[in-house]
Unconditional design. Structure first.
Length: 422
């Protein structure tokens, strides 16, 4: 059996932890540049707000209902996420952190000593006690069914935070009630194909013969069908290794000079390289894109992209940044006020085994790999961007995102540590 532990309205819940007066009040968290709503509490939904709403369009609803607004602070959320995961790992041997607010737990053997629903309620209560983060838990024989169970646990208070789909009768009932479009692994194209063949619920899909599924869908669709029938077969470690890594951002202010644009692209390339090393991968292709502000009809419009291929796949920040700079220079157009840019890494493969190239111009790859390891260690211990390339610039660059409503980094920055007046 598997359990999926899902933090409820995670970004908002973290903000409420450090602002205890917000209990029961509407709260929203905005995207980068304070653009759109990316997370909101049930109270905010009841006020008429939705995920994806541009904040400038719903400003009247926010003010009328006294909605509390926060800028995204991923450092704070990641630190709290690590605390939740640490609590899980003290209670459960095998825990896989799937995303910042979700973790899969392997409960094999735990049913010999515990009633699984009561056991997971105890774990959820411990998380609530030490972090004040509410969680919903789904228990099922497959990870896809566990995700469905967590949705029911979040939606219906009668489950008391834990929904177990542990019998075939419960499985069939859950699949008959759950929206087909919300099933993990069913994308837009697969959904269109299933609806075309008269499949409107997950139960309709699960009841199809395996031969029909294999003849009409690709491997991911077959795996989802097996999971819905209680057969675990999805390797989430493999899913988490991204085939493309992208870091892009709308700038806080439009920029026109090449120096600022280079600073932004270098910072994005470094972030991509860090993600690449974090998942134990290397990339062979670097793509850079830039665009002007499409909402400003009074300004010249421009958008372009360029790619550079490397002779040896790498996760070296310096090498990837150099390729990104070369690509940027080939598409930079003077006189344009740029609003957004980004870096995309593709042709991603596992870092081992190391692929050598006879005409490789970089002769000290082992030493540079050690340098990247030291760099990551320093940034991990002392904060993101403590050590970075000079071309990335400094804080408060014009292109940096707006975050007027950002909470302090209470858990990771000694200068912003929470203080209490008594």
């Amino acid at each position: 059996m598997y359990a999926l532990v899902d933090c409820n309205s995670f970004f908002c819940s973290v903000e409420k932890v450090f602002h205890p007066g917000l209990g029961g009040k509407p709260v929203v968290v905005l995207s980068s540049n304070d653009g759109c709503i990316v997370a909101l509490t049930p109270e905010a939904k009841a006020a008429g707000l939705h995920r994806g709403d541009p904040i400038f369009k719903v400003r009247d609803i926010v003010e009328r209902n006294n909605v509390h607004v926060f800028s995204t602070n991923m450092r704070l959320y990641a630190a709290m996420s690590d605390r939740v995961t640490d609590i899980l790992r003290k209670s459960i041997t095998h825990v896989e952190k799937y995303s910042i607010d979700e973790s899969f737990c392997d409960l094999e053997g735990y049913d010999r000593y515990h009633t699984l629903t009561d056991f997971m309620r105890g774990v959820a209560e411990e998380i609530r006690l030490y972090t004040d983060i509410p969680v919903s838990v789904g228990i099922a024989p497959s990870k896809t069914l566990a995700k469905i169970g967590s949705k029911f646990a979040k939606q219906y208070e009668g489950y008391r935070g834990v929904c177990a789909i542990d019998t075939d009768a419960k499985r069939r009932k859950a699949l008959s009630l759950f929206p087909l479009s919300d099933v993990w692994g069913i994308g837009r194209h697969t959904l269109e194909k299933l609806l075309y063949h008269g499949i409107t619920t997950p139960l309709d899909f699960a009841d199809r013969k395996e031969s029909w599924v294999r003849s009409h869908l690709f491997l991911p669709g077959v795996q989802t069908w097996l999971e819905l029938n209680g057969t675990p077969c999805i390797d989430t470690h493999e899913i988490r290794r991204n085939t493309n890594i992208c870091t892009s951002r709308s700038f806080g202010n439009m920029i026109a000079d090449i120096a600022s644009l280079c600073s932004a692209i270098a910072s994005f390339a470094a972030s991509c390289a860090n993600k690449l090393r974090g998942q134990g991968s290397v990339a062979r292709t670097v793509t850079v894109f830039v665009m002007s502000n499409r909402f400003r009809d009074d300004l010249p419009q421009y958008a372009n992209s360029a790619s550079r291929s490397l002779s040896v796949a790498t996760s070296d920040t310096m090498e990837l940044t150099s390729a990104a700079m070369e690509a940027l220079m080939s598409i930079f157009l003077p006189g344009i006020r740029y609003k957004k840019a980004g870096v995309v890494l593709s042709d991603i493969v596992p870092a081992a085994p190391f692929e050598q190239y006879l005409f490789d111009e970089i002769k000290n790859r082992p030493q540079r790999k050690d340098l990247m390891r030291v760099m990551d260690d320093i940034n991990c211990r002392h904060g993101v961007k403590t050590l970075h390339l000079a071309v990335e610039g400094v804080d408060k660059e014009a292109w940096h995102v707006r975050s007027e409503y950002r909470s302090p980094n209470y858990l990771t920055d000694i200068d912003e540590i929470l203080t209490i007046k008594i």
